[in-house]
Design a protein around this ligand. Structure first.
Ligand SMILES: [Ca+2]
Length: 273
């Protein structure tokens, strides 16, 4: 065999080498990532939305309703509408950020979704979201996939009434996103993601156990957190906020809002237990 390999045509040998390395299960450096329907340890998908509605259709009202900015108009730098979250007809939810000028008054508009009103809340499990960030061009946009709990309870320090768990938040700060936990105080973990704006879809996930939170990006664990772990039911949020967060830049910076409208594409949200 050794002799045969040496005598093999060099190009065939290289092809075999490439095939060997392509079997490596590392996520791709560029382009789409999707780990599919993970179901280890007997877990089953108990709730999901694949966003497969017709083009222009609204989010499923059984699962989602429109976030209202906590009743504030505007909330941070945006007015929340029911016009800026819709299906693209190709299996994705689109959340749009746009600029609207009426009588010389500039407003920034966006939508966000939550499962609070529809009472789809959860305790423990594996929470996953797949999305594409490359059509977020303007600074001052802040997207997130996160879990929250009722009223002020997330911040009262009592784990039995929930916390804020930011599975993923991204505000166009070069190439990093972060996971975070807020319970009255805060902990967070930034993560360098060289491929987040590469035009492909990427996946984030949270494994939420009784005494541990484990965060993943494209199947890679980037944070294990055990100090303040929620033991209460939490609902899901998918938000595109307009806010200069972490000094990323303001939507009203010169030339910046000219980049709007911008779009966040979400392929699915899945919950396993
Ligand atoms: Ca989909």
């Amino acid at each position: 065999m050794y002799y045969n390999i040496l005598s093999m045509n060099k190009s065939i040998f290289i092809v075999i080498l490439l095939l060997f390395f392509s079997c490596d299960k590392k996520p791709p450096l560029h382009g789409d990532y999707d780990e599919g329907n993970l179901d280890d340890n007997g877990r089953q998908m108990i709730w999901n939305d694949e966003f497969s509605g017709a083009a222009g259709s609204l989010p499923d009202p059984i699962k989602w309703s429109f976030f209202d900015g906590w009743g504030n108009v505007p909330y941070r730098d945006a007015i929340y509408t029911t016009d800026d979250a819709y299906m693209d007809g190709q299996g994705h939810l689109v959340i749009r950020a746009r600029k609207e000028v009426t009588n010389s008054v500039t407003n920034y508009k966006t939508s966000s979704l939550w499962t609070r009103v529809t009472k789809n809340d959860f305790k423990y499990g594996y929470f996953k979201c797949r999305f594409k960030c490359s059509e977020l061009q303007a600074k001052g946009l802040w997207v997130a996939f996160w879990l929250f709990a009722e009223g002020s309870a997330p911040y009262d320090g009592n784990m039995n009434t929930g916390t804020e768990i930011d599975i993923f938040e991204y505000a166009y700060m070069n190439n990093w996103m972060q996971g975070a936990v807020h319970w009255g105080s805060s902990a967070s973990m930034p993560y360098e993601t060289s491929n987040i704006r590469d035009g492909g879809f990427h996946t984030v996930a949270l494994e939420w156990k009784e005494n541990e939170l484990i965060f993943y990006y494209d199947g890679i664990q980037f944070w294990r957190y055990t100090d303040n772990v929620s033991k209460g039911n939490q609902y899901i949020m998918l938000t595109l906020e307009i806010e200069d967060v972490w000094g990323a830049g303001s939507i009203s910076d010169p030339g910046n809002s000219a980049l709007l409208p911008d779009y966040w594409y979400v392929d699915y949200v899945r919950v396993y237990q």
